[in-house]
Design a protein around this ligand. Structure first.
Ligand code: ADP
Ligand code: MG
Length: 415
């Protein structure tokens, strides 16, 4: 299908129309760029992975070349509306400055008179990074009016808005869905590329189509239901699999699982497309020097923790992947950061890498695991968003993309 300017193919083959980065004239204009600088830090407060910054460099460099005044906004972690020093954007600003080889000023808030004043004093080519949006509860408020008020204030600092936060694209947060109500808004280069690449696969996935879902984010379970109608099989691993094992009545020892979704998992147990591990690798602690045992799922010892799928399960899953023509991977099969418990994740990623199927991998940790085993370049697409790509693959509309579409309708005759 030939696509025209401003059209992107997405879920169910529908066309999405929104402004692209190249649609606006940024000369001397203030541009607010919503990024996903939700960067992992180690215990000493050092950044452990800056790929989320590096991946959006093309959009920032484009705006710099066009002489924009760049105002970057982002969330980091879950501060729940309060200032938390270790979630400050300051270190992110320093790393960004190093990567761009230019000054980046990090402000100590994201809203208010002193922020407005600093923005008014900007010259073209300047970059300001505002403080963590989630230090204000309005960003994630359930009350739309509150979100809109916050978003309107942020929008008033700029002439244009760029959404470059794919990982957050499914969230109805003020910086994602409210700002585009007030100023001309477009998709950043990475967001556009994510939607385009995945859109093609979602539109006409080749069968057999297998989804591998793991990791620990409990909200993944909500979209499994929608995926069932589209895929041939869903292979489960990680904390998510533990929740299903718990739902099935197994003793899972001290394994992590999600209490709130056990009942939901119970309802899904009858679905024959969902495949659970038959064995797991357990450890006596969450450490690389833990004792490790491979046990059947009905033999998990008290006090031990399931930290990976077992050898037999990894084999079975790899065999199931053999004939697949589309494979999507959202969430690791275990605590892959601990090399001792990375076997399942590594085996599945290797199977994907050597497969001729369309292979899509989504999520911060999933991407990090592919990177760890140097298999990232062997995939069709590695997405920066786990929840967002999973939502997209299950046929859900991404709220912030909808906001960009509405923005296009509002401003298309005015730009
Ligand atoms: P993504 O970032 O790819 O969306 P998640 O954030 O949902 O994935 O989950 C990845 C995290 O889950 C990793 O940090 C991994 O260590 C953890 N994890 C996976 N399985 C287990 C397990 N069995 N026990 C503890 N942690 C696990
Ligand atoms: Mg994660």
């Amino acid at each position: 299908m030939k696509l025209f300017k401003n059209e992107t193919l997405s879920k169910n083959g529908e066309l999405m129309k929104f402004f692209k980065l190249s649609d606006f004239d940024y000369t001397n204009k203030r541009v607010i760029v919503r990024t996903g600088f939700d960067i992992p830090f180690d215990d000493n407060g050092n950044i452990t992975d800056d790929s989320r910054i590096r991946k959006i460099m093309p959009s920032l460099k484009y705006l710099l070349k066009k002489n924009a005044k760049i105002i970057i906004i982002s969330h980091n972690g879950r501060p729940k509306g309060k200032y938390i020093a270790k979630l400050s954007m300051e270190k992110v600003g320093k790393r960004l400055s190093k990567l761009l080889k230019q000054k980046v000023t990090t402000l100590d808030d994201c809203i208010g008179n002193s922020v407005r004043q600093s923005i008014e004093e900007m010259s073209s080519g300047n970059i300001i990074l505002l403080e963590n949006l989630r230090f204000h509860k309005e960003e994630k408020s359930k009350d739309k009016a509150q979100r809109d008020q916050f978003g309107k204030e942020l929008a008033s600092y700029a002439d244009y808005y760029v959404n470059e936060a794919f990982a957050n694209a499914h969230r109805k947060h003020a910086s994602m869905t409210s700002i585009p109500q007030y100023i001309p808004s477009c998709a950043g280069l990475l967001l556009e590329q994510e939607l385009k690449t995945m859109g093609k696969v979602i539109h006409s996935p080749k069968k057999p189509y297998i989804a591998i879902i793991g990791g620990k984010k409990a909200d993944k379970i909500e979209v499994i239901n929608n995926l069932l109608g589209k895929v041939n099989k869903i292979l489960l691993g990680g904390v998510l699999a533990n929740t299903f094992l718990k739902a099935k009545g197994y003793n899972i020892g001290k394994s992590l699982y999600d209490k709130e979704t056990v009942n939901f998992a119970k309802k899904l147990l009858k679905e024959r497309k969902i495949i659970l591990p038959s064995d797991v690798a357990v450890g006596d602690k969450y450490k690389n020097n833990a004792h490790k045992k491979n046990v059947s799922i009905d033999d998990i010892p008290n006090g031990w923790t399931a930290l990976d799928i077992g050898k037999k399960t990894a084999n079975t899953y790899c065999k199931l992947l053999k004939g697949a023509k589309t494979i999507v991977f959202f969430g690791t099969m275990g605590a892959f950061e601990l090399t001792k418990f990375s076997y399942g994740t590594k085996q599945l990623l290797k199977a994907m890498a050597s497969s001729s199927a369309d292979t899509i991998l989504g999520g911060g940790d999933s991407a990090a695991s592919a990177d760890k085993f140097r298999l990232e370049n062997k995939m069709t697409h590695v997405s920066t968003g786990g929840g967002a790509s999973l939502a997209l693959f299950s046929g859900k509309e991404l709220s912030s993309v909808k906001a960009l579409e509405d923005n296009y309708k509002k401003y298309r005759n005015k730009i």
